[in-house]
Design a protein around this ligand. Sequence first.
Ligand SMILES: [Zn+2]
Length: 96
Amino acid sequence: MPIQTNKRQRTCISCGATREKGGLFRIVRPAEGPVAFDGSGRRSGRGAYVCSGACLATARKTRKLERALRCKVTDEDYDRVLRELALAEASEQNEE
Ligand SMILES: [Zn+2]
């Protein structure tokens, strides 16, 4: 049974960890154009969340991202999103 809270929880598509929005990285399927990393978390389109690059890599193997976004995700898309997510991860660690 899903737990309803006032906080907008998001779930990592790979490991199932839940965090408040902002604690996870968003990947978006825009209305037009390829699947992209959404650094702002505000792009319109169907979104999926992962907590780390490692989780995205796992989601790639298990095709969970395709299922979450309901579209095909090419190797090119994965490589680009993984690269951008890694950069975002690195800059977040620098802020700590
Ligand atoms: Zn995860």
